[in-house]
Write a protein that binds this ligand. Sequence first.
Ligand code: NI
Length: 444
Amino acid sequence: MIRGLQLDTVVDESAQIHTTIPVLPQLPALNDALRDAAATEVSHYQADPGTPEDFNLSWQLVGVSDQVVGVLLRTVRTRSDVQRREVMVSWFDRSAKRILAADELFSPQGWAALSTQLSRDLCVSRQRGSVAPPIQQVATEGHLAVAFAGDGGLVVMEENQNRRTTSTLAVIDAENARGWLSAAGQHARVAAVAPQALVVPKTAESAPPTPSRSAKPLRSAKPSPTTVPENKRSAQRSAKLKTDCHRSKCVALTFDDGPGEDTNRLLTILGKAHAPATFFMMGQHVDAYPQEAKRAAAEGFEIGNHSYTHPDLTRRTTGEVDHELTQTAAAITKATGHRPVLFRPPYGAHDARIDRAAARNGLSVVLWDVDPLDWKYRDPTTVRRSVMAGVRAGSIVLMHDIRPTTVDAVPKLIKQLRRDGYILVTVGELLGSVTPGSVHARAR
Ligand code: NI
């Protein structure tokens, strides 16, 4: 758990580009470097020849200590049906406030030993006839990603490699690795094997230990999560008892890609208006913002699965699809105590194989019939007008709670929908009983 963590998510829904990087507390130089690295990857992808199909960048903390912080960025890019996978690992020296080059993690002898091993492996792979990159060159130029196994062994991967296969170049056992590392490398190894919690040092500005880590305080005069849920729950209950969506003009508002920095603000707006809604949450965001997920569930909002890293699942292996679904279900269950039964595939991309994966994981597929393109039009009035132009009885509206302008649109949108006779419900209420694997874009 990282207190003070924020996520920085960049999305282009039409080009299917989704990147999420961490904004780590009090590590601005590392954050800037990660943001630059992600932006560079996206611009390379955009400049690549061929048909753009899917770009996904996600992150993982691979080590934390007082000396160093290690962050792994993983990209999967698909163009003209060709997929390339890359990893980058940044080991950040906290006292020097800079990222260490790969060779700085090794002693001179260790670096020489690694180079020898990599060029020997290169000869072997050449003999086997596989297309290998110039590893010796890669090693001397320092474009290596260095991480550690749980036992302290070294895992050396190639950065920015252009092959479809795994990028692991060498795995060196803990015994050997110890002798190869520099003092900085030893710090990285300890940070990886026995990571410390990344906690903001106690200062006047630092957050108290228990409440939400949201940087923005709730605007509500009564932020206590125990008072709002009662109102919300009764609103939900009465909706369940009274609303018959076969007779009434029901509409389900849905919010994707969160939780994030604006989720608490949205929950307060919806709570005040007694407006039910459904959140399709990403697993990596739930892990970063568990309090927001917990609050949403506690206040009676419906929570669905929106994958862990937001890839186009139709372009991933079945094993990866299952992993995306189960990892997210686990994150949501851990944060909220409830296992999701609804699933929205990223970009709405699904086929029979994805629907079967949903069924296997106890999930119904929920699409939408109203899309105000709020990720693109960052203007509350445009978003509200676009929803009102497309909505009809039984509609499912797609929005994103990671967009502040979308959250700004919600109060007036709720008022206008109600003025036009719509009753707000969750997706579950709108659809009634659903079977795992079934696909829904609106109420029948
Ligand atoms: Ni999405």
